[in-house]
Design a protein. Structure first.
Length: 184
């Protein structure tokens, strides 16, 4: 006797029960194989799927990757983005980028570099989720915002950096000249 998804019992004559990847992952974990990479290798599933299955089953709470829902807080910054980011359509992506910009500025004003970093991570995550599901227009909105952030020079005056590089150190050594280039 076997139970179907509705909880009803039924008989399967002459058929061997096929274990789903999800069941195999849970079985492996419960039998003592706890490394995500090992479970993925044995089950034939991607590590992100293994992590997701174990996370949803409440067996682990410390796994985060591209596909981990923002409903599972990664750190104290996650609450700033819960339910505020998406790529369903262009308008949703634009609204999401406005939220990212507001958060980025909020963290900049309070000199919270970890918050700014998490904001950039969230933007990259949304860009990748959108592009790898074929939502290229939506992905482009995130990409442009990220490029805008990462293309800004890290110092205000490039000339002053060049002058500093040419000043000798107290021990008589000279810095090598550094050529700065814009990212992306």
């Amino acid at each position: 006797m076997t139970t179907n998804a509705n909880g009803n019992l039924f008989e399967m004559e002459g058929h061997k029960a096929i274990q789903s990847k999800k069941d195999m992952i849970l079985s492996l974990y419960n039998s003592g194989t706890t490394e995500i990479e090992a479970i993925a290798a044995v089950s034939g599933a991607k590590p992100s799927y293994v992590g997701s299955v174990l996370h949803q089953a409440g067996l682990i709470d410390n796994y985060f990757d591209l596909y981990t829902s923002t409903n599972y807080p990664m750190n104290i910054y996650s609450k700033h983005f819960r339910g505020k980011l998406g790529f369903k359509d262009v308008l949703t992506a634009q609204r999401s980028v406005r939220n990212l910009e507001q958060s980025y500025q909020y963290f900049a004003n309070s000199q919270d570099r970890a918050g700014q970093h998490h904001t950039l991570e969230m933007a990259l995550t949304m860009l990748d989720r959108a592009r790898w599901t074929g939502k290229l227009e939506e992905a482009e909105i995130y990409r442009r915002w990220l490029v805008g952030k990462l293309s800004r020079p890290l110092i205000d005056n490039v000339k002053s950096m060049e002058v500093r590089n040419e000043k000798p150190e107290p021990n008589g050594e000279k810095f090598e000249r550094v050529e700065l280039k814009l990212a992306a």
